[in-house]
Design a protein around this ligand. Structure first.
Ligand code: ADP
Length: 242
């Protein structure tokens, strides 16, 4: 798309949202039979799948840590997930996103309970429209919970940014491309513990505070949706047993 003259008209964004509004969010839990835990997240046009395997014995063995489990994350974009076919396989971007995803999640996982083990987290982006790293972290946190991996709490993630001089929540690809700032964040909302903060672009000090505040509000909504999705799955299971 060509750069539009304005990205915000009469207080509304190109897709009709208010600056502080999330895109429609859908979370499904436990959709893969062979994974220990899994989740599917749609955030606007983003479609992201997360699968968790483990804790299980780490192979190759020389990667084992005697006193802790290792969280291994792989973020991958399907070739058909973006407008122009993406070359399959890892690239610099996916290696970076895999690393920050691990860092965003490992702070809440009780890894010391599983010495010499590995917990594998696979994130597959099926369709991308900006914010895939945050949607991936949101999905992975739910998949870890679905796998029964002991955690302090659930990590929630969203991007905030600046578009036409306005601080906005949850940027689309057009906003990411034509806006001035994109700041993906992950956190444990209840503790206000930030586990990921990246920034492409710049904010003034005041804008940064405003953006952080908006990110907290967005993550609280995501956190509620994550918990609701988990409750729905496990409520049904309990019902079936009767
Ligand atoms: P995030 O998806 O976390 O926002 P980026 O800021 O790197 O990560 O990417 C923003 C968006 O740019 C992606 O969600 C996707 O829509 C698009 N994008 C990323 N990589 C490619 C690519 N190789 N080809 C086409 N579009 C891409």
């Amino acid at each position: 798309m060509e750069k539009p003259e304005k990205l915000i008209v009469d207080g509304k964004r190109l897709d009709g949202r208010a600056p502080d509004e999330l895109r429609p969010l859908k979370i499904e839990v436990g959709i893969l039979e062979r994974a220990n835990g899994s989740a599917y997240v749609e955030l606007g046009a983003n479609k992201v799948l997360a699968a968790v395997y483990g804790p299980r014995e780490m192979h190759p063995r020389h990667h084992q840590q005697p006193d802790t489990a290792v969280l291994r994350c792989r973020y991958n974009m399907a070739p058909f997930s973006v407008e122009e076919r993406k070359r399959p396989g890892p690239d610099r971007r996916s290696v970076e996103i895999s690393k920050v995803t691990r860092e965003a999640l490992e702070q809440v996982v009780f890894l010391k309970l599983y010495p010499r083990s590995v917990i594998d987290v696979f994130i597959e982006v099926l369709q991308a429209d900006a914010g895939t790293r945050t949607a991936g972290i949101t999905a992975a946190a739910v998949a870890l919970a679905d796998a029964g991996v002991p955690m302090r709490d659930i990590v929630s993630s969203i991007a905030v940014g600046k578009v036409d001089g306005t601080i906005v929540l949850d940027l689309t690809n057009d906003e990411d491309q034509w806006g001035t700032t994109d700041m993906p964040i992950a956190m444990v909302p209840r503790k206000k513990l930030i586990t990921l903060l990246q920034m492409d672009g710049h904010f003034t000090g005041e804008e940064f505070k405003q953006a952080l505040d908006l990110a907290f509000k967005g993550c609280e909504q995501i956190y509620d949706a994550q918990r609701q999705a988990l409750r729905e799955k496990y409520a049904i299971k309990r019902g079936n047993k009767k």
